[in-house]
Design a protein around this ligand. Structure first.
Ligand code: NAD
Length: 259
């Protein structure tokens, strides 16, 4: 292992890798020696992530994957095995939200979209990661991107339901698959400025100083949480630095949930 390369020789699958946390994690994991299969429902976004990884000297492939489709999640994980020979890390990170919607504004279609991506999609990722890890033997690591909204009341109610459910999934599965040396953890980020809450036309616009100050003011540490902060936590949970850690729901929130 070269100094500082925490994922040398490992293979990681990341969903929602076309943007935000997923893109930051793809870049960081690859910089730490991992081969990364980047999945996202948006072809152009995920292709760009793989290009950025390659430009930085890393190794990544891009694949279109809608995590609400079980067959596509299975195919994503199978592709990682066929292209890279094995998998070590599955990062279930794809997510959607309904910014500004109150309970009465949520139609069935909103419920289905949020639970489909945030909860059922992560469930599929866990299901097939466990299947392959068991076949391979020797364990593996699953990381789920949850939210502070799964720990405390914050944001939309349906979004919170999906993230609370994801935390429950994380803990129950950690217990179930611990005997196979498979670790399962969740990260609960505080509010971040990403495409999640931006209009289509404003996607990938850099956060303004005013926005960063406003988001920072939400937290005891008066700074905004950044996708790179979440990627750093994911790197730790993906790496052998965290071999004694499973079943946790780790806030990366500048103290938001400490109140
Ligand atoms: N931004 C925040 O404030 C915040 C806070 C806490 C948790 N999170 C969580 O962090 C994770 C990453 O979000 P982000 O902030 O980086 O947002 P983002 O919008 O920048 O990235 C999410 C990615 O998921 C992809 N995606 C959406 N639906 C998909 C599907 N059906 N299949 C595959 N990919 C799909 C999108 O195309 C996008 O590339 C999400 O799970 C989100 O819920 C975000």
């Amino acid at each position: 292992m070269t100094p500082g390369a925490l994922l040398d020789g490992k293979v990681a699958v990341i969903t929602g890798a076309g943007s935000g946390v997923g893109r930051a994690a793809a870049l960081l994991f690859a910089a730490h020696g991992a081969q990364v299969l980047c999945g996202d429902v948006r072809r152009a976004w995920v292709d760009e992530t793989a290009r950025l990884v390659a430009d930085a000297g890393g190794k990544a492939l891009a694949a279109v994957c809608d995590v609400t489709e079980e067959a596509q999640v299975r195919a994503l994980i199978d592709t990682a095995v066929s292209e890279f020979g094995r998998i070590d890390v599955v990062f279930n990170n794809a997510g959607v939200s309904t910014p500004g919607l109150s309970i009465g504004d949520h139609a069935d279609s909103d419920w289905d979209r949020l639970t489909g991506v945030n909860l059922r999609g992560a469930f599929y990722g866990c299901k097939y990661a466990v299947e392959v890890f068991k076949e391979q033997g020797g364990g593996g690591t699953i990381i789920n991107t949850s939210s502070v909204a799964g720990l405390v009341g914050f944001g939309g109610v349906v979004y919170g339901i999906t993230k609370g459910g994801l935390n429950a999934l994380t803990k129950a599965l950690a217990i179930e698959v611990g005997p196979h040396r498979i670790r399962v953890n969740a990260i609960c980020p505080g509010p971040m400025l990403t495409n999640l809450t931006r209009n289509e036309n404003d996607a990938f616009t850099a956060a303004t100083a005013e926005e960063l100050t406003r988001y920072g003011a939400l937290n005891p540490l008066p700074v905004a949480v950044m996708p790179e902060d979440v990627a750093n936590a994911a790197l730790f949970l993906a790496s052998d630095l965290s071999t004694a850690i499973t079943g946790v729901t780790l806030p990366v929130d500048c103290g938001f949930t400490a109140r």
